[in-house]
Design a protein around this ligand. Structure first.
Ligand code: COA
Length: 331
């Protein structure tokens, strides 16, 4: 029997607390006009409760999804969590999520690929579904980026926010639906431009690493910008070409929400009208692994069975790619 993996449900969660550009003006030397014109961001959400972590974002989204689909936690057979801000270095956040939700019959693990993690995890999960071994796979993309933000560094703190979402992957025998094709890439030479310097086995936490603020995200914005434009637009363009997709027959582009100018460059290269591009960066900023599920969630009511989508992302590492899929249900 041959199977394709479909997204059969989506939910997401964004914390209530809103950090606006105006509030950031009181924290670092910046202004609303600069942030909006350079990034497209107006505000971002922050998980303020110090007892809550990335797993709790995943749990909120999964609980809503299981309720909406009428599925019991026992039916889930795999949980993948894409995150850059795991609750702990180990155990995997996927395990913590499973425990909090009451998922007992699944195995789980995390995917670490910065902002491309959700795309990578979606592809990993889909292979298990296509093989016929797993029938209900949860793919979470979530980050509490505020936990690694230096709110004295205007290069990073204006960009990132907290949030995430989850998709359910299930098998179908309809070969016209689901995940069709992907281009996934990485290049470790990019690792110096967007990373967290300390906290891993190379530079474990010391008084010095804390004093030097090496546990926060570090970014060389201009370099990241250049590679992100090329990475997202090249993979989107190549995927469109080899699947005979164009501005007419592609319904939606779902880009990682890193910067409105990166999204615009990708849209132009794909020659798509603005109406076909999902953009909510103004509300959430860059939630890293959360951006693509947050988009799919907000657009779920507009998505129709048969719609053709390209999801594309770029992240630290560097990591990047694009995935072509056909939406499988009407809301
Ligand atoms: N507020 C006000 N001014 C700022 C600022 C801020 N938050 N950050 C930088 N500036 C200033 C700079 O100091 C510089 O001033 P100068 O010309 O007097 O030296 C000027 O604005 C331009 O800075 P620059 O760094 O060249 O801006 P930019 O247009 O490259 O925008 C980013 C900066 C970070 C928004 C942009 O590079 C970017 O989005 N990069 C990609 C980031 C990303 O997507 N990361 C996640 C990838 S998954």
């Amino acid at each position: 029997m041959k199977y394709k993996a479909i997204i059969s449900g989506i939910e997401a969660y964004a914390p209530d607390y809103v950090l606006t550009n105006a509030m950031l003006e009181n924290m670092v030397e910046t202004n609303d006009e600069w942030i909006q014109s350079r990034t497209g961001i107006k505000e971002r959400r922050i998980l303020k409760d110090p007892t809550k972590a990335t797993s709790d974002i995943g749990v909120e989204a999964i609980n809503k999804l299981l309720k909406k689909k009428g599925i019991s936690p026992d039916e889930i057979d795999m949980v993948i969590c894409a995150t850059t801000t795991p609750d702990h270095i180990f155990p995997a956040t996927a395990n913590i999520i499973s425990d909090k939700v009451g998922i007992k019959n699944a195995f789980g693990f995390d995917v670490s690929a910065a902002c491309s993690g959700f795309l990578y995890a979606l592809n990993v999960g889909s292979k298990f579904v296509e093989s016929g071994t797993h029938k209900k796979v949860l793919v979470v993309g979530a980050d509490k980026m505020s936990s690694i933000m230096n709110y004295e560094d205007r290069n990073t703190c204006i960009i990132f926010g907290d949030g995430g979402g989850v998709v359910l992957l299930e098998p179908t025998e309809d070969m016209d639906l689901g995940i069709h094709d992907s281009i996934l890439k990485s290049d470790g030479q990019g690792r110096h431009y967007l990373h967290q310097k300390a906290g891993g086995s190379l530079h474990p936490a010391t008084l010095e690493t804390v004093e030097n603020k090496e546990h926060f995200a570090y970014q060389e914005g201009k370099t990241v910008f250049k590679f992100a434009v090329k990475g997202m637009s090249d993979t989107t363009f190549e995927l469109m070409q080899r699947n005979n997709l164009n501005a007419e027959n592609l319904d939606w582009l779902v880009p990682h929400q890193a910067n409105i100018r990166i999204i615009e460059a990708t849209r132009k290269r794909a020659e798509l009208p603005v109406e076909k591009v999902m953009v909510n960066i103004q509300k959430y900023g860059n939630t890293t692994n959360g951006t693509i599920p947050l988009c799919l969630w907000e657009w779920e009511n507009k998505l129709k069975k048969g719609d053709k989508l390209i999801l594309t992302a770029f992240g630290g590492g560097f990591t990047w790619g694009a995935t072509y899929l056909t939406w499988a249900y009407n809301s």
